[in-house]
Every structure is written in C-alpha cells, then in structure tokens.
Design a protein around this ligand. Structure first.
Ligand code: NI
Length: 260
C-alpha cells in the first residue's frame, strides 16, 4: 500500500515490532515500510525478554534501534529491578535509550508504590549509564510529573495524554513530547491544543505500533509508515508542511538518541 507518495523520510520514535502481531510477516512489513520511506524505528522493550528480543531484531534489520526496559504492566512480582539483566544489552551500539518505563494506573496490574519504585530505579539506572529515557504515563499524570521533576532525566514522555499545563512542565524539564496517532482521532481536542503550542524542536513523532493507528486506519494493525498521517495532522494544526514536521521530528530523534 502506497501511503507516502513523496517518499518523505520517516523515523518512528516508538514501536514494538517484537509484538506477536508481526510474528508471521515481519520481513515483509519491514520491506514495505522502507518502500514507504521509513529510515528508522526505535523499538521499545517492555520486560527483560522483549528487551533482549528487540536488540536481536536491531542486529538483523538496519532500520531498527532499541530502547530496553521494564514497562509498568510487565513488572516482575515480588522482585526489584535488576540492572544486570539490561546491562549486556547496552553493549549493542543500536541500544539508544532506557524504555519503556513509567506508571500505568489504568490497568493497575501492580500497586502504585511498586510501580514508582521500578520507575525510579530505572531512572537512576539510565542516569548511571548516561542514556535518555522513554516514559509511559497512563492515568498517572501527577505522580509521573513529580518523579520526573525529582530525577530530571533526558528523554521523552511518550504518547502524551496530559494537559497543556503538564506539557509545559515537561518542556521546562528539557524533555520531549511524543505525539502519535491519537492526535488524528476525533476526540483529540486536548492533544491538539498541546501540539498547537508545542515548539517543533521538542516534538517526537511515534506510532506505538502495532497499536494506535492514526486515522484513516484507526483500529487496524499499525506500522511505522502510517506516521505520515500523524505528521499530516500535526502540520495542519501548526500550519506548516508535512515535510517540515517529519524533518523536525527526525532531527530531534537523532539529537536525543545520539544517532548519526
Ligand atoms: Ni509502547
């Protein structure tokens, strides 16, 4: 499917290509994404096993990079964060961040105090190894902001879902804001307001593939080339060109993750 007729270069700052949704046809999907202009994708680990898996994928696919970490829904019951499990994965030159880490009070799979401990331990770890972080915040805005203010990490608040006021606090910390397919949804009023005010040099485009496909593909399996539609919507909100949005996001991704 041709979705980016001008073949504008696309860099996806957040995806999960180790997901079972791509088990049957990953090589074909990657080939088609490249055909549609995708030049880079940062896959995010959600636990130790998936972090190892995406690092392996990055060895086999030139467009893949990795963020390694333990997601708040994937914490190991009764265990503390163990840096030793991630350290070997950092030796790989395409491992560029710690993520995705953070707080998720929607699913409430693990108690808040346990989630906070893992989040803070992984923020400390990221600082020790001098890597930026990719932060997940679902229905946990206050605690996320409080912890980020305390640790002041380099990084991004991915799939931003907070208020415009919160976005401004995040920017004050020097962090980036991740914007995905949700901005194209009909009910995205709050995020549209955030994007309208967001300086271009703090925007990271993302998919969260296989989830959160932008319109007109909402509900379908998401792939990184669909970022084109998210960029189009951001361009419309900011009255600039889609090319400028894709370019700015790619530039920001390369600076934040130190990708040449
Ligand atoms: Ni994700």
């Amino acid at each position: 499917m041709e979705i980016n007729l001008n073949k504008l270069p696309i860099f996806d700052s957040h995806a999960h290509f180790d997901d079972t949704a791509f088990k049957e046809d990953l090589s074909a999907v990657v080939a088609e994404m490249k055909e549609n202009g995708v030049v880079g994708v940062i896959n995010n680990g959600v636990n130790y096993e998936s972090s190892a898996k995406i690092v392996e994928l990055a060895e086999n696919q030139d467009i893949f990079y990795s963020a390694v970490g333990v997601h708040p829904e994937d914490l190991y019951n009764g265990e503390n964060f163990s840096p030793d499990k991630l350290l070997p994965l950092l030796a790989h030159s395409k491992t560029v961040a710690i993520g995705e880490i953070g707080l998720d009070y929607h699913w409430d799979t693990h108690p808040a105090d346990v989630q906070k401990q893992w989040f803070e331990d992984q923020l400390d770890f990221a600082k020790q190894v001098d890597l930026p972080v990719i932060v997940h915040d679902r229905e946990a805005h206050n605690d996320t902001l409080e912890i980020l203010k305390k640790h002041k990490p380099k990084g991004v608040l991915h799939c931003f879902s907070g208020s415009n006021e919160m976005a401004k606090e995040i920017l004050k910390l020097g962090m980036y804001i991740g914007v995905g397919g949700v901005v194209t949804f009909k009910n995205a009023r709050k995020l549209v307001e955030v994007v309208a005010d967001l300086p271009l040099d703090r925007l990271l485009l993302e998919t969260d593939a296989p989830y959160l496909s932008p319109e007109p593909f909402r509900g379908k399996r998401c792939t990184s080339d669909l970022i084109y539609f998210t960029a189009q919507k951001v361009a419309e909100i900011k009255s600039i060109t889609t090319e400028d949005v894709l370019k700015a996001s790619m530039e920001n991704i390369k600076v934040l993750y130190n990708i040449l």
